[in-house]
Design a protein. Structure first.
Length: 340
């Protein structure tokens, strides 16, 4: 077994451990700690991790694209401090995977919103491969790190840039995702767009927070296609509180908007919508659309469109299906780590 395969083995075993019963149990515990992490969404996240990040074949292909030096006699493991986000379930797992597979020592500052899931995954990994206990340290402060990876809002990113400036660092900022509609989408495709909007209550950078639509677009078919989600979102108190708050603001300010009882649509050139709101903007031509998207390119994580027809876009419904090669902010984490 070569060294990179040796690094991969514990993760492949972890994937095998994520059986439906195990996932169901931890999903319930995660929900008790953070009510944004519903059992349904935690299950979705862990199954996606199992399928995309813990497949032996996919891991080998991914690692094969990098010069992983940990087998080299001159390799010196670095302490990599990672400030993990907690906006959606187990969102910090890709960074954990990248640091360990590149041969480094992980100093993890977990998010309070996602402690249950990340501790569970770390615990299982150490059960599978006890030597990993020497390469994973949970910390509150990252002073001892040789390099840093941090994810946060644009404001915290500025703080990170200053605080971590003297050492190698990879700092990620706020991003969001957008959809493009042509008016030719089927109900199934519009329902798939609904998943891009609603998965994880819209809290992820891969969630669609805005759609670009042709002039005169009628949203009634979109609203019909997501009607089946009504009970889920009306009965989730945190989501519904956001909906009622945003609705009251628009009503008081007399801002024009559309409303179906759980999702508000509002026309604006802004990109990042609040929870329970989907922004939209009209485009007059493909050239007009391209220019709007290019103007916001540094803020866009991914784009979805019918059959992925728009250049570099994904099919509707695929926004929350990242592969190992889909890096936050488009910055290659593994290239950063293998270059330390």
């Amino acid at each position: 077994m070569d060294n990179s395969t040796k690094h991969i083995a514990p993760f492949v075993e972890l994937g095998k451990m994520l059986t439906p019963n195990v996932v169901e149990e931890i999903a319930f515990k995660a929900y008790l700690q953070n009510h944004w992490f519903t059992p349904e969404f935690v299950t979705k996240a862990l199954n996606a991790i199992k399928e995309e990040y813990l497949s032996e074949e996919k891991l080998k292909t991914w690692v094969g694209n990098y010069q992983v030096q940990s087998a080299h006699p001159d390799f010196v493991s670095k302490k990599v401090g990672v400030v993990m986000a907690g906006n959606i379930p187990a969102v910090g797992f890709h960074d954990l995977l990248s640091v360990l597979i590149s041969g480094h020592h992980l100093l993890a500052k977990l998010s309070n919103d996602d402690r249950v899931l990340m501790l569970f995954l770390i615990e299982k990994l150490i059960q599978i491969e006890p030597t990993l206990a020497q390469r994973i340290t949970l910390v509150e402060r990252l002073n001892a790190a040789d390099a840093y990876i941090a994810t946060g809002s644009d404001n915290t990113a500025r703080y990170f840039e200053y605080y971590f400036s003297k050492k190698p660092h990879l700092i990620r900022r706020n991003r969001t995702s957008v959809g493009i509609l042509t008016g030719e989408e089927t109900n199934d495709e519009l329902e798939a767009l609904g998943r891009d909007v609603f998965s994880y209550f819209g809290l992820g950078c891969r969630n669609v927070s805005k759609v670009f639509v042709p002039k005169g677009y009628d949203f009634s078919s979109f609203y019909e296609s997501i009607e089946s989600q009504l009970d889920v979102f009306r009965n989730h108190h945190k989501y519904f509180n956001n909906y009622e708050y945003n609705k009251s603001i628009y009503l008081v300010n007399r801002e024009p908007h559309l409303d179906n009882g759980f999702l508000i649509l509002r026309e604006t050139d802004a990109l990042v919508s609040p929870i329970s709101v989907l922004f939209f903007e009209y485009y007059e031509s493909v050239a007009d659309l391209t220019s709007k998207l290019e103007a916001s390119s540094e803020k866009i994580q991914c784009i979805v469109s019918k059959d992925g027809h728009y250049p570099s876009s994904l099919p509707l419904g695929d926004a929350q299906k990242p592969t190992l090669f889909d890096y936050a902010d488009g910055v290659d984490t593994m290239a950063f780590l293998t270059g330390l």
